[in-house]
Write a protein that binds this ligand. Structure first.
Ligand code: ATP
Ligand code: MG
Length: 382
């Protein structure tokens, strides 16, 4: 069986690695170079996109900012999962908010902005501080502004206005202003939905971001009532999209109430822990779902943390000597802040996971791997 993934980054690579166990071949379409490549070896094939679509048994995507013409031809093939609408919803915050309203899933109060009067009335109605985000093209905290005081309105509007004007009739730009949520923490849910509508959901993951980028995730801490809220949101959103494959939802936890932050119609960085912490990883389950195979067990095997390797092309070798540790590299050349790989660490209990993280914090500098020691101490004390 052959699967074509739109996008050729680390998510396509890890899907390909997990598909190998299933004897499924994965090729990836790199939207930048418009070539079809092997996402593990990065060798280019001579296939055109049209040929790759024809040769594929199923087509999927590893990111949501895919050109409309590519989405359209994939959708027309009848083999594209989760499908153009789900991908477009994940790639446009205005569509995402409309879905949340339709399904009555809670999120931060927001207003869609397409001109200056909208912006001023959003400030009036929602109040400051505001988080303002481009609806199209944002990722890893890019395309965002924080409006904290009235003095900043004009400077921020100048940048927002440039983004709005860069839209076209075919692909108009919009911006969303959200109330700044004083959350206690950020969590995400990753689950898989099959073609016949069955859902299997992994345990909730707690996520730490540094400068808008995920740095550390932990799975295995959650209480049943929070898990139930996240699963309810997952089912509503996945069913509304008639979704097939792995879907990720990020939330703010505000005093035990979950508010959706965003939806990612794909495998997600906060689900990388499933490679060691669950029986079947998010990557394999996504492949199984789009290939119309039964999906595997998503329950927690053991508490697991994931640490992102950002901008570093190696880690000290002693990291691998810490019990329960595996490393996963993406084969990229280093650039400051770039997601280069990740470290998973698993243990028999949360306390032991804390001890393993404390050992790692002795080896990994805090400046490059923020929060590892703090997290270790919290797990050891609880
Ligand atoms: P990524 O692709 O890495 O998930 P992103 O660029 O799509 O990031 P968001 O997830 O929307 O952007 O925002 C990045 C981070 O900014 C969030 O994880 C959260 O820490 C903070 N943030 C976003 N929206 C709000 C809000 N309304 N209130 C408070 N903090 C927010
Ligand atoms: Mg996010």
């Amino acid at each position: 069986m052959n699967i074509l993934v739109l996008g050729a980054g680390q998510l396509a690579r890890m899907m390909s690695l997990s598909a190998t166990h299933l004897d499924i071949n994965v090729l990836a379409y790199d939207v930048g170079s418009k070539t079809v490549i092997n996402p593990v070896t990065f060798t280019t094939t001579s296939e055109s996109l049209q040929q790759a679509i024809a040769n594929a048994d199923a087509i999927t995507a590893e990111f949501e900012h895919i050109p409309l013409d590519v989405l359209t031809v994939c959708q027309q093939s009848g083999k594209f999962y989760p499908g153009a609408e789900a991908i477009a919803t994940g790639g446009d915050r205005a569509k995402e908010k409309a879905l949340l309203e339709k399904t009555k899933v809670a999120c931060a109060p927001f207003k869609i902005i397409t001109d200056k009067p909208h912006f001023l009335s959003a400030i009036d109605e929602l109040g400051l501080p505001l988080v303002v985000k481009t609806c199209q093209a944002g990722y890893d905290g890019k395309g965002q502004w924080r409006v904290k005081s009235e003095a900043e309105i004009e400077t921020i509007w100048a940048e927002m206005s440039a983004f709005l004007q860069a839209g076209t009739d075919a692909q108009p730009h919009s911006i969303v202003a959200e109330k700044m949520i004083p959350f206690d923490r950020e969590v995400s849910i990753i689950g898989v939905r099959t073609k016949n509508g069955d859902c299997k959901i992994y345990p909730l993951t707690e996520n730490q971001h540094t400068n808008g980028v995920l740095t550390l995730s932990i799975a295995g801490k959650e209480k049943a009532n929070i898990q139930a809220q996240a699963e309810d949101a997952f089912a509503k959103l996945a069913n509304a999209l008639d979704y097939v494959g792995v879907l990720a939802i990020e939330f703010f936890d505000v005093d035990g109430e979950l508010l959706v932050n965003e939806i990612a119609p794909r495998v997600h960085n906060s689900g990388h822990w499933t490679q060691q912490g669950a029986h079947v990883s998010q990557f394999e389950n996504h492949i199984r779902a789009v290939a119309d195979l039964p999906v595997g067990d998503t329950s927690l095997l053991r508490p697991t943390a994931m640490i992102n390797v950002l901008g570093q092309d190696h880690i000290p070798a002693q990291v691998l000597a810490v019990s329960g540790v595996t490393s996963h590299w993406y084969g990229k050349s280093a650039k400051p802040g770039r997601k280069m790989g990740h470290i998973n660490v698993s243990a028999g209990s949360l306390h032991q996971l804390g001890e393993a993280l404390a050992e790692l914090a002795e080896i990994l500098p805090e400046a490059d791997y923020p929060g590892v020691m703090d997290t270790a101490q919290q797990l050891i004390l609880n």
